[in-house]
Ligand binder design. Structure first.
Ligand code: NAP
Length: 256
C-alpha cells in the first residue's frame, strides 16, 4: 500500500510512528511537506517514509490518502487538489462530515471517515471507522482496536467522546495542583496520581458487566470520602454542565 498524508502534524506523526513500529510493516508512506520539521523528523527516522514536494505530489503518487489538516484550512487546502476516481480518501478531520469531504475530494469514489487517537503511536486506544471498510479496519486494527460503524449518527455521537481527553488531564492536574499547594513534591504527586488512575482505568475491563455508575457506587462507601466528593460535585451540577458541553460538541460535529 502507498499511503499518503495531507497534513503532517500531531496525528499523522502518531499514525506513522505506530505503523513503523510494527514488525510486519509493509506500508510505504508519503508525507505532505507541512509541518516541515515533523515531516523531516519522520522521514529521517524511518526508511520507507518520504516527504513530497507538495500536496498534489502526495495524491499523484499514492492510492490511499489520509486527510489530517485542521478543519479551518480543509476547504482551502482540498479544493486546490486534483483527486482521482480511484483514490481511497480517509478523512481524519473530526468536524467535517463524510458528505462534505466527498464533495471536496470528488471524483474520488471511496471516502471513509476514521477517528484515531494519539496513543495509536504506542498501539493503544481505539479508532472508529465509518462506513465499515475492511482495509481501513485492518490498518487501524494493527494499531489498537478498530471499530466499524454502520450509522453516521452513531459515528458522530461516539466522536464526542474524543473531545473529553483534555478535560480528563485537567481533572488530574487539579488534583496535582492541590497536592503541590499542600507541599507534596511534584514528582511524587505525579507518580501517585498516574499510578492510581492507571489502576482505575483497568476497572471496567476487570468487571465487564458493571456499568460505570455501578463502579462509582462501589468506590463511594456510604458516609465515606469518595461519596462526599461525588455528592458535592453532583449537587453543584458539575456533571450536568459536563453533559451540556458534550451536547455542544455534538451539535458542532453533526451540524451538516
Ligand atoms: N490530535 C488528535 O488527537 C486528533 C484526533 C482525531 C482527529 N484529529 C483531526 O486530525 C486533524 C489533524 O489534527 P492534528 O492534531 O494532527 O493537528 P496539527 O498537529 O495542527 O496538524 C495539522 C498539520 O497540517 C499542516 N498544514 C497546515 N496547512 C497545510 C497545508 N496547506 N497543506 C498541508 N498541510 C498543512 C500543519 O502544518 P504547520 O504546522 O506548518 O501549520 C500541521 O502540521 C484535525 O482535523 C483534527 O480534527 C486529531
Amino acid at each position: 500500500m502507498k499511503l499518503g498524508f495531507i497534513g503532517t502534524g500531531a496525528l499523522t506523526s502518531a499514525i506513522v510512528t505506530g505503523l513503523k513500529s510494527l514488525a510486519d510493516d509493509s506500508v510505504s508512506v508519503l508525507l505532505s511537506p507541512r509541518n516541515a520539521e515533523i515531516a523531516a523528523g519522520l522521514s529521517s527516522r524511518y526508511p520507507d517514509v518520504r516527504v513530497a514536494t507538495d500536496n498534489q505530489a502526495v495524491l499523484d503518487d499514492c492510492d490511499t490518502v489520509m486527510l489530517a489538516v485542521r478543519p479551518q484550512v480543509a476547504h482551502e487546502v482540498l479544493s486546490e487538489l486534483r483527486f482521482r476516481r480511484d483514490h481511497h480518501v480517509v478523512s481524519l478531520i473530526a468536524t467535517l462530515s463524510r458528505e462534505e469531504i466527498a464533495v471536496l475530494t470528488a471524483p474520488a469514489e471511496k471516502v471513509t471517515k476514521a477517528l484515531p487517537m494519539p496513543m495509536i503511536a504506542y498501539g493503544q486506544g481505539a479508532t472508529i471507522i465509518y462506513p465499515p471498510d475492511p482495509g481501513t479496519a485492518a490498518l487501524f486494527g494493527k494499531l489498537g482496536k478498530a471499530i466499524e460503524i454502520e450509522e453516521p449518527g452513531e459515528f458522530d455521537a461516539l466522536s464526542v467522546v474524543t473531545a473529553t481527553y483534555a478535560t480528563y488531564f485537567k481533572y488530574l492536574d487539579t488534583i496535582h495542583g492541590w497536592l503541590k499547594d499542600r507541599g507534596v513534591g511534584e514528582a511524587r504527586a505525579r507518580d501517585y496520581i498516574a499510578t492510581l488512575f492507571k489502576a482505575l482505568a483497568h476497572a471496567p475491563e476487570m468487571a465487564p458487566d458493571a456499568g460505570f455508575m455501578h463502579l462509582a457506587e462501589e468506590y463511594a462507601t456510604r458516609g465515606g470520602l469518595n461519596e462526599q466528593v461525588l455528592r458535592e460535585m453532583t449537587d453543584r451540577k458539575v456533571f450536568d454542565l459536563f453533559g451540556q458541553s458534550l451536547d455542544g460538541v455534538h451539535r458542532r460535529i453533526s451540524k451538516s
